[in-house]
Design a protein around this ligand. Sequence first.
Ligand SMILES: Nc1ncnc2c1ncn2[C@@H]1O[C@H](COP(=O)(O)OP(=O)(O)O)[C@@H](O)[C@H]1O
Ligand SMILES: [Mg+2]
Length: 364
Amino acid sequence: MADRLRVGLVFGGRSGEHEVSVVSARSVAAALDRDRYEVVPMAIGRNGRWADAGTADRVLRSSGDRPDKVVQFDGRLGLDPRLVERAVDVVIPILHGPFGEDGTIQGLCEMLDLPYVGCNVAASAVTMDKVLSKRLFLQAGLSTPRFEAITARQWGSERIRCEARGLALGLPVFVKPSRLGSSVGISKVKDVNMLAAAIELALGYDDLVIVEEGIPAREIEVAVLEGDPPVASVPGEIVPGHEFYDYADKYLDDSCRLLAPAPLDASQSAEVRKLALAGFAALGAEGMARVDFLLDTRSGRFLLSELNSIPGFTSISMYPRLLGLSGVSYPELLDRLVSLARARHARRRRFADAALRPLSERAK
Ligand SMILES: Nc1ncnc2c1ncn2[C@@H]1O[C@H](COP(=O)(O)OP(=O)(O)O)[C@@H](O)[C@H]1O
Ligand SMILES: [Mg+2]
């Protein structure tokens, strides 16, 4: 038992998906093989501060398996001291949205020289940023809905031009903060007169906004797991219960349906799996990502929508479910993610050592 790997399971956080994160962390903790892993719960409060060890443990244990059954707590610490002391061997960040999924916790782990599961700093930041993601999709020759990026500064100084750029995409358009998630701040604009208000709403969450052509589409998702070769799961489908897959649909009511596998024919399924791997590579993703598509019902084409570098990990979440259907069980998935994290850390340490070698030595 002495050589069990100590896994720092980081959950909670200051995003709108705080509760989902706690529920996900509970599933992860339950699936980790106790003969091989010692779970070290680490919790971040809604206030952005970290809980002490006792509180983190209690929140993980006493919460239920639904977002509305999560124990509320306040963090009091600037940082969990067990990270600084490197009292864990690997970190599994289960944080959704800003301040977790966006490169921030990944950067913290890099500074502390700790291996961590999932995308590196750059890929986390890129996948969180819809504008950057789409620019990279296009550069890789991958299809994505047409879009315009609008900064707060442009909106302030050339509002009419910004509106014209958005309207040139044709209605309806979707207006979104570039770096958020859970559909917060997103509007579907069907009426010219509603565009300005939608942009202003989105600017309340980020100073970069994306206006995207609305696609009449089915929503298809593929789970990707890094490996040699990488796994692209069977596709799943989201059938929104509302006008689009909005916040209420995701977290408040049970009106949307998740179909796994998605009802697609064999060639569509093969195509979207291939595109998922291409999207993963285009953004430099590592470890895991759920790759989301819009299947344009007019053209039958798959358009890349976004990558989620820390997808939901609850027992009913798409990511583990789709991999399960593809022959990778939940415990096996976690094993693979942890070993990928440790292998990357070892690799990067060699690079760092090489870079730090004094010039005089390098010349030899
Ligand atoms: N271009 C689009 N065309 C059609 N529907 C869209 C488009 N963009 C977003 N949506 C709808 O809005 C939802 C949320 O948008 P998404 O870009 O996935 O943001 P988030 O990061 O918040 O999940 C999608 O699941 C989909 O239902
Ligand atoms: Mg989405």
